[in-house]
Design a protein around this ligand. Sequence first.
Ligand code: AMP
Ligand code: TRP
Length: 326
Amino acid sequence: MANVLSGIQSSGQLTIGNYIGALRNYTKLQHEHDCYFMVVDLHSVTLPQDPATLRENIESAVALFIAAGIDTSKAAVFLQSHVPAHAELGWLMTTLTYMGELERMTQFKDKSAGKDSIGAGLFTYPSLMAADILLYKATMVPVGDDQKQHLELTRDLANRFNNRFGETFPIPQPYTPEVGARIMSLDDASKKMSKSSTNPASFILMLDEPAVIRKKISRAVTDSGREVKYDPQNKPEVSNLMSIYSECSNMSIADIEAKYEGQGYGPFKKDLAEVVVALLEPIQQRYREIRESGEIAKILREGAEKASATANATLREVKEKMGFIV
Ligand code: AMP
Ligand code: TRP
């Protein structure tokens, strides 16, 4: 049994990229491992957030975790800010991280590009993420492809700590889906589908209404030609839609190619919309029930309690090894 930890930011509403790349794997891993899943609200404020919107996005994300199938009797579901050990180990990890390591992070480069004032938290973000993972001595971290570089830094920090202060942390590995680790934007297959995009046509939200999903998919950019063929190099737009189809239907890419051979993009996109709607409708139904039940506060209290027990023990061990008086 491994310790599993992951987190999703509350900087917008969750997309099917979040679901396919990460959330769905949470629900798979919870049966066999000791799982901790959180909304990383402290990470979210590394870019400016409107308070009322942030609060709504946090609650909505928690409800979607549960609606997607996370069982709180198996996995701890909590908010990063409810377990202060994250901020504290985050600081200690920042002191172990080199500037050069942070400067190399592509997420920092992307998110800071073109901005004149960049919060220091956006720069040190990966050190906090390393703390998130190491607090639970997690070995498996379900994430999408874009987080692999942050995971590498986490591994380096774990090794660095172990070398300086004695064996403490196991070395964590990313756990990514085979096909859906990088779902791209519907308007531009060279960009990751992202909840913080300013163009709503670029993403499908887990809470988009069926009519909206149908419209977004029918308008999704497709490559020239008409063949439904998986070829990410030459047909990135259609290949991305095929990945979404495959992940949402459990049909293999080869099955999808065979099914739409000679049919063109029209019928393929029409069916894709139905596959996505069929996947999301029951999740949306459960989501509404959870929001109405008023149970979120209780879920979060219990989750934070369970997470704190593990996190506080690790933090104490770390501080003792570093020479603090605990
Ligand atoms: P974020 O929305 O950046 O907090 O991402 C939360 C989780 O979802 C991380 O594990 C990401 O790697 C994953 N994720 C986000 N966007 C995508 C995407 N377009 N495709 C696959 N995984 C994604
Ligand atoms: N950086 C991750 C993202 O943007 C979110 C995150 C924060 C995370 N802490 C984490 C993911 C710990 C996995 C483990 O997607």
